[in-house]
Design a protein around this ligand. Structure first.
Ligand code: F6P
Length: 560
């Protein structure tokens, strides 16, 4: 077993896997896929979901060795420590309890000795009440009109998760029905173009602005909040803020200082990481305003179902654990630096951008949780697009260029089925034909011999050859209701945590985002003094000075 300060790469389990890589290099998925027992052991079912990881470059022995690695990393203990509210985010001295955000009312989950579930439900009940008032029109704006449109201002974790869930629910029949006549928009970028796009076509009289920021200090969010406050007050007067602006934050003092009535603030807690906050008021408030609390509650229940599975299922049958271990295998042993997230569902078009933050902000680290430099890479480069769009874009590289492990996510029942008379299959079957075909194309490839048999001309054979042996996994969801969206979210959140636990890093801090913010502060000060007092540029290198000079001399920004 690894002592708390030892690196996982020093353990026998890690070294054993290193040695095992040579065995796997001798295999081809074409052959591995002929072993029905192996494939059967690589199918996992839970609560309507089916996971098939038989197209990973792994044998039954590999999985056993990965489970040994999990034991060496004390994975089960680390999962328990998370659920027990221990301060596993050691560099910020915080618990990591996003699981408490979706726990049933009678659950007991403690942070610093105190059950946090009642506080969670107080806020959920407050959201339920408030969103019902807005949706029913019993809460009206400054001119007496109901507020039918919502702009949620926030960035990073205060944006990507809610956007993903909103996009996923938009065409779900139940959610669609309950959102009739309402709009939910997201303002994230400090680019004023994003403001223009968000307010385009909206009337301040009928718009509610939700400012979402864990810290309530994020530069982009606060300037956007001030910009929309100005938009509201210019049209409706300063007193309209009380009716048209609410907030979600852990920093209620700053919310009040900004001018938002504390009664219209929805709290969350420092034991919720930004990128893990979609199940807090960060996501639940805007989504409840759009779809009603009862739909959003189903989303929380789906996530909670996976939480319970993750907490209590033995590691060899535990979906997030297996997924996390396989990702570690791909990154640290097979040396694949990227992962493609490929949902065959347009409704999941914002899933990859959300997981990019969840995964890359969590696991893109260079030192162990104890501060030791890591002799191996952690995290992977996540990217993705819905199929079939991706097929007509970057799949060329995935099939014949670099090897990129792929997550194929498919849905059995479409949210919006279409069947045209006379067509061979329904539109959803057409989509799913691709979902089922792509993993085999990647795994099996196509040999020169096969091409010769097809009489392909000699000069084209190298170009039409597919090496195959490219790993993927397939996750099949029964449908894409709010409940399933919650399941999907929690699977990926926990998978990322598993990876971090095994690598021995802190997946819950994000110091790497700070330096750029500090340097932007210097630039901001310089822009201000250059524009207001004509101060010459100072303290920047040749490159930045040249670029800044060009920007200041030629930009048409309003002078202060
Ligand atoms: O960019 C870093 C970050 O701190 C993210 O981790 C976070 O999700 C985002 O900024 C937004 O932070 P906040 O919710 O405090 O505005």
């Amino acid at each position: 077993m690894a002592s708390s300060t030892a690196l996982i790469s020093d353990t026998e389990a890690w070294k054993d896997l290193k040695g095992h890589v040579e065995d796997i290099k001798k295999t081809h998925l074409r052959d591995l896929m002929t072993d029905a027992n192996r494939c059967q052991s690589m199918m996992m079912e839970f609560d309507g979901l089916l996971l098939d990881y038989s197209r990973q470059r792994a044998t039954v022995e590999t999985v056993d060795k990965l489970l040994n690695l999990a034991k060496a990393a004390q994975l089960t203990e680390k999962i328990s420590r998370m659920f027990n509210g221990e301060h596993i985010n050691s560099t910020e001295n915080r618990s990591v309890l996003h699981v408490a955000l979706r726990a049933p009312k009678d659950a007991v989950i403690k942070a610093d000795g105190k059950n946090v579930v009642p506080e969670v439900w107080n806020v959920l009940d407050k959201i339920k009440e408030f969103s019902e008032k807005i949706r029913s029109g019993s809460w009206v704006g400054a001119t007496g009109k109901p507020l039918k449109d919502v702009i949620a201002i926030g960035i990073g974790g205060s944006f990507l998760g809610p956007l993903f869930v909103h996009t996923a629910l938009q065409t779900d029949p139940e959610a669609l029905e309950s959102a009739k006549g309402r709009q939910l928009r997201f303002l994230a970028n400090i680019d004023p173009v994003d403001v223009a796009r968000n307010i385009n076509g909206l009337n301040p009289e009928t718009t509610l602005v939700v400012v979402v920021s864990k810290t309530f200090t994020t530069a982009e969010t606060m300037l956007n909040a001030r910009t929309l406050r100005e938009w509201i007050t210019a049209a409706l007067g300063a007193s309209a803020v009380a009716k048209h602006m609410v907030a979600v934050s852990t920093n209620l003092a700053l919310v009040e200082k900004f001018g938002i009535d504390p009664n219209n603030a929805f709290a969350f807690w420092d034991w919720v990481g930004g990128r893990y906050s979609v199940c807090s008021a960060v996501g639940v408030l805007p989504l409840s305003l759009q779809y009603g609390f009862s739909v959003v509650e189903k989303f929380l229940k789906g996530a909670s179902s996976i939480d319970q599975h993750f907490q209590s299922t033995p590691i060899e049958k535990n979906i997030p654990v297996l997924l996390g271990l396989l990702s570690v295998w791909n990154v640290s042993f097979l040396g694949y630096p990227a992962r493609a997230i490929l949902p065959y569902s347009q409704a999941l078009e914002k899933f990859a951008p959300h997981i990019q933050q969840v995964s890359m902000e969590s696991n893109g680290k260079g030192v162990s949780i104890d501060g030791l430099p890591l002799p191996f890479e952690t995290g992977e480069i996540d990217f993705g697009e819905p199929g079939t769009n991706g097929q007509h874009s970057f799949y060329q590289l995935i099939h014949q260029g670099r090897v990129i492990p792929c997550d194929f996510i498919g849905i059995v029942k479409s949210q919006q089925p279409v069947y045209l008379k006379g067509e061979v299959v329904s539109n959803h079957d057409e989509l799913m034909s691709n979902f089922f075909a792509q993993p085999d194309a990647l795994a099996y490839g196509k040999t020169p011999e096969q091409l010769q048999k097809e009489n392909v001309s000699e000069n084209l054979i190298p170009h039409k050859t597919f090496s195959g042996n490219r790993p993927s996994l397939s996750l099949l969801l029964p449908e894409l209701t709010a409940y399933n969206v919650g399941q999907l979210l929690a699977i990926y959140e926990h998978r990322v945590a598993v990876q971090g636990f095994v690598w021995g890093i802190n997946s819950f801090d994000q110091w790497g985002v700070e330096l750029g913010k500090v340097l932007a502060t210097h630039v901001r000060k310089q822009l201000h003094s250059s524009r207001t007092q004509g101060t010459t540029l100072e303290g920047f290198n040749y490159s930045t000075t040249t670029l800044l000079k060009r920007y200041l001399e030629t930009s048409s920004e309003p002078q202060m």
